[in-house]
Design a protein around this ligand. Structure first.
Ligand SMILES: *[C@@H]1O[C@H](CO)[C@@H](O)[C@H](O)[C@H]1NC(C)=O
Ligand SMILES: *[C@@H]1O[C@H](CO)[C@@H](O)[C@H](O)[C@H]1NC(C)=O
Ligand SMILES: *[C@@H]1O[C@H](CO)[C@@H](O)[C@H](O)[C@H]1NC(C)=O
Ligand SMILES: *[C@@H]1O[C@H](CO)[C@@H](O)[C@H](O)[C@H]1NC(C)=O
Ligand SMILES: *[C@@H]1O[C@H](CO)[C@@H](O)[C@H](O)[C@H]1NC(C)=O
Length: 508
């Protein structure tokens, strides 16, 4: 694509000054590294959750702000959700199921992680959903505004601090409940899955095993090719329909050249029914790119309200719309019909908003500007997106400009490993499940092969982003039922082994 848009930092900056707190996340993809993990980081977002579907008690815990220094910082209130209804109790060593809260309001994750709730009665387990620091209600310095003020106040938003929070919380909770001997099993999806896997590696004395679903622990530095994410999204469309794939691939040039015409932006604004006039054609391209990416992540076999309300097999639906438009309909109209499946499935949208994150700055952008540097590019020959190369320098400039912070792209692999992950884990790690669905664009950065007998990969060809953690439904295909059954069996094995060892010690 000769005239595909160039990375336009100035565009981002101008948007920033225009909207003051405009988030770079979606608007900047794909020219910027995509940050699709940040979708839930709508900080103080209460969201349209409705009444919780699971029963829990909400508690708060005074948490240390900096676990790695003895500086005199104020503590903060960490929120956690707890259910002890099914728990066998300390005497019978009832297990503790612990979901590693990720980048967002913990109630949202609790509502979307039905698997843990369904499993707990069977294992007579306690359930705990702790919130990740700097998200939801778990704000240092008393409020979102104070916590997100500047690089100094944000400094303690790191994965290591979050893991230490979990470790301290579990340890103290066990002490309070005299539950020292109760085994802890970790769960997590996406970034939460990364945390679960890392927690098992860093704190093996605290948790006996981890189910890490859709956890791209290898999406760092050059461990996997930077184009995997968009190549997988593109593959998801291609497998449904080549003409759909081609229509999307051809649309970028059309959008770009339309944007350069007189009144072109007005035309694009009308065609795509935006509430306010487009500032640039890139904004439209980014809006579309992010829809395609989320469609790939949420490409579930049944209707769901995960990222947005979507039909079952949503990419199939999008492609059906694009392909079935009457002859003579323009590429842009086809694209509009297709993307409406994502942005207007409920049919209740009057006009579209470009900036779909009204809460401004979000924590994931900070994390992406510090530790979570996940290189992304778009390949010329496989991707349906405009081709672009990963440019670390431009990301770094963006971070310095917006957060006054310089990323440390090699820190995560230094801290948690990545290069030679398999060999390292084979000889010292155990009891981790990496579960993935190959339709999920993040699967390319995860672990797709068994590392050892106890660090195993459960891969489904037709799964999407942590589908296995969702509540079971009557429409679950066999392969999903089997994947979950395999997970249950492995977790049973860990618990069995733990109890056996305890018994041996006891008998001695
Ligand atoms: C950040 O904000 C805090 C709290 O208001 C203030 O004490 C500190 O000096 C600020 N730091 C920077 C680098 O601006
Ligand atoms: C443990 O109990 C103490 C004293 O009641 C309480 O302050 C603390 O929050 C409890 N810890 C947890 C993790 O709930
Ligand atoms: C959303 O869908 C409804 C129902 O099909 C339609 O009336 C409405 O115009 C659509 N909104 C936009 C912005 O396209
Ligand atoms: C895509 O391009 C790369 C580098 O230009 C090349 O190595 C690779 O074989 C190509 N793949 C396909 C499917 O054409
Ligand atoms: C990467 O971005 C920097 C900063 O925006 C720019 O100066 C440089 O030319 C870019 N490199 C490439 C290869 O495009």
């Amino acid at each position: 694509m000769a005239n595909s848009p160039k990375p336009t930092l100035s565009l981002l900056i101008s948007l920033l000054s225009l909207l003051s707190l405009f988030p770079p996340t979606l608007s900047s993809a794909p020219k910027h590294a995509p940050r699709f993990l940040g979708k839930f980081s709508r900080s103080n977002n209460k969201g349209p959750l409705g009444a919780p579907r699971y029963k829990y008690e909400t508690r708060y815990f005074d948490q240390t702000l900096d676990h790695f220094s003895f500086s005199d910082l104020p503590t903060f209130r960490q929120r956690y959700l707890i259910n002890t209804e099914y728990w066998a109790g300390p005497d019978r060593r009832g297990p503790i199921f612990f979901y590693c809260g990720n980048e967002g309001d913990i109630e949202w994750f609790a509502a979307n992680t039905g698997f843990v709730w369904e499993l707990a009665p069977r294992f007579q387990a306690m359930i705990i959903f702790p919130e990740h620091r700097y998200y939801g209600e778990s704000m240092p310095y008393g409020s979102f505004e104070e916590a997100y003020k500047n690089a100094t106040t944000l400094a303690h938003l790191t994965a290591e601090q979050a893991l230490a929070d979990f470790a301290v919380l579990i340890t103290e909770l066990k002490r309070n409940l005299s539950a020292h001997a109760c085994p802890v099993v970790l769960f997590g999806g996406s970034y939460g899955g990364m945390l679960a896997a890392w927690m098992r590696l860093k704190y093996p004395h605290i948790a006996i095993g981890a189910l890490a679903s859709s956890a791209p622990v290898l999406q760092f530095e050059d461990i996997v090719p930077p184009e995997t994410f968009y190549d997988i999204v593109s593959h998801d469309f291609r497998r449904e329909s080549i003409s759909c794939f081609n229509t999307i691939k051809d649309s970028w040039d059309v959008i770009e050249s339309e944007g350069q015409k007189n009144n072109g932006l007005s035309y694009l604004t009308e065609t795509f029914r935006f509430c306010r006039k487009l500032e640039s054609a890139d904004d439209l391209s980014n809006w579309l790119s992010s829809a395609y990416s989320y469609l790939a992540m949420g490409n579930y076999p049944y209707p769901a309200d995960f990222l947005m309300p979507m039909p079952g097999n949503p990419i199939k639906e999008v492609c059906r719309k694009i392909d079935n438009c009457p002859d003579g309909m323009s590429i842009l109209q086809r694209i509009f019909e297709g993307v409406s499946v994502y942005y207007n499935y409920t049919g209740t949208v009057d006009c579209f908003n470009l900036d779909d994150d009204p809460h401004g700055m979000n924590g994931w952008n900070w994390q992406a500007c510090t530790e979570m540097v996940m290189p992304t590019s778009s390949s010329k020959n496989i991707s349906m997106f405009p081709a672009y190369d990963y440019n670390y320098t431009s990301d770094e400039e963006w971070c310095l400009e917006n957060y006054h912070v310089k990323p440390r792209p090699t820190w995560i692999t230094t801290q948690f490993g990545g290069h030679g992950f398999k060999n390292a884990l084979k000889s010292f790690g155990s009891n981790i499940i990496f579960s993935n669905g190959l339709l999920d664009p993040w699967s390319g950065g995860s672990v797709l092969e068994d590392i050892s007998e106890t660090i195993v990969a459960l891969v489904t060809e037709n799964g999407a982003h942590h589908l296995d953690l969702r509540p079971s439904t009557a429409e679950d295909p066999d392969w999903l039922v089997e994947q979950r059954a395999a997970e249950v069996k492995l977790i049973q094995g860990w618990l069995h082994q733990y109890f056996e060892k305890k018994k041996t010690v006891f008998d001695m």
